[in-house]
Write a protein that binds this ligand. Structure first.
Ligand SMILES: NC(=O)C1=CN([C@@H]2O[C@H](COP(=O)(O)OP(=O)(O)OC[C@H]3O[C@@H](n4cnc5c(N)ncnc54)[C@H](OP(=O)(O)O)[C@@H]3O)[C@@H](O)[C@H]2O)C=CC1
Ligand SMILES: Nc1nc(=O)c2c([nH]1)NC[C@@H]1CN(c3ccc(C(=O)N[C@@H](CCC(=O)O)C(=O)O)cc3)C=[N+]21
Ligand SMILES: [Mg+2]
Length: 287
């Protein structure tokens, strides 16, 4: 049987660890770290994620400030809010939940966030820092993935890592982090030919396509590690909704380790947001 990496349990430990560091920070006379969470509109999945982020902040002793704007909000209004959050010394981290309504230019919004408050790591300065290996805030999902991988991999050098998906929020940044550890990294996507032959060469597969059960048993060689990032909400015949990952996990007994959906990468994404918020508070204090 493959080892199932318990993201929920690991996230709970990280949350506790952040809480202890926050308490120490506050005992040293610093102000409580604050995270501003901006949600535009009422996409149901975004509502779920934002709720989880706010609950997690409470557990970690981080102050969260929620800003809800209706779906008809003008871009200028949102940019204005970001300017105010950028200038607010009680705000250490700013998170603008994606996706934004189509009328708003998401790039312009993300570019407006001060890089040292950009706990998502989406600002071009942080993207550049990640690709040049010169620090910066690291996107939460890739950071969570690396923490999960670190629990089963001690040396990435000489390992073949295959990333499925090339998005700016998961595929590209996780590829950068794997490259930084000197894995041999292949980034694949919808136009990749013979994908299963490429994954069959992999020691590590990170599946972030959003394609339910794309990765089958024969795609994975014995002893490989499989990180399932994909989350697709499906409704079964009985009208029940459930979450389906990118991997046919039931076919992966021959893997060394796999992550479950739910309870794998998702909770780790949220735990990483807490670590990044504490880091942002500390970085700003030093600089
Ligand atoms: N657990 C967590 O914390 C998180 C989970 N997610 C989930 O991860 C998945 C990916 O998210 P995100 O990166 O934002 O999604 P995007 O849709 O932005 O990117 C998906 C990527 O996968 C590629 N792709 C899609 N289908 C296939 C396929 N059949 N074969 C190969 N490549 C494919 C696309 O290729 P191309 O570029 O060529 O179109 C694209 O590069 C989603 O299910 C999302 O819900 C996302 C963020 C956090
Ligand atoms: N600015 C921004 N930053 C993000 O990091 C960001 C975003 N926008 N938009 C959407 C994606 C998606 N994402 C997830 C967070 C938590 C879970 C999560 O907690 N998942 C649970 C299940 C949640 C459920 O029940 O739906 C799990 O996998 O166990 C999943 C996905 C962050 N994202
Ligand atoms: Mg402060």
């Amino acid at each position: 049987m493959a080892q199932v990496l318990d993201g929920q349990a690991m996230a709970a430990r990280i949350t506790q660890d952040v809480r202890e560091q926050v308490d120490l920070w506050v005992r040293n006379g610093k102000s409580v770290p604050g995270l501003a969470v901006v949600l535009v509109g009422s996409d149901p999945a975004s509502e779920v994620y934002v709720r989880r982020k706010i609950t997690a902040c409470r557990k970690a002793g981080i102050r969260s400030i929620e800003h809800r704007l209706d779906s008809g909000t003008q871009e200028a209004e949102l940019l204005d809010l970001i300017d105010r959050l950028n200038a607010d010394s009680h705000v250490d981290g700013i998170l603008v939940q994606l996706p934004l309504p189509p009328a708003i230019d998401a790039t312009r919004v993300l570019d407006r966030i001060r890089p040292d408050k950009d706990v998502d790591g989406f600002h071009p300065v942080n993207v550049g820092r990640l690709s040049s290996g010169t620090g910066g805030l690291i996107p939460c999902t890739p950071l969570g993935i690396m923490t999960l991988l670190d629990s089963v991999v001690d040396d990435y050098r000489g390992k073949n890592a295959v990333v499925i998906g090339k998005s700016n929020i998961v595929g590209k940044p996780v590829a950068m982090l794997l490259l930084e550890r000197e894995a041999t990294v292949t980034v694949t996507h919808i136009e990749t030919l013979n994908l299963s032959e490429i994954t069959r060469q992999a020691d590590i597969v990170v599946a972030a396509a959003g394609a339910p059960h794309l990765v089958r048993g024969y795609w994975i060689r014995p002893g490989a590690i499989v990180i399932d990032v994909g989350i697709t909400r499906v409704t079964d015949e009985g009208g029940q909704t459930r979450l389906v990952g990118d991997c046919a996990t039931a076919e992966l007994d021959h893997a060394l380790a796999v992550t479950p959906v739910p309870g794998g990468v998702g909770p780790m994404t949220i735990a990483s947001l807490l670590s990044n918020t504490l880091r942002a508070a500390q970085l700003r204090d030093d600089g």
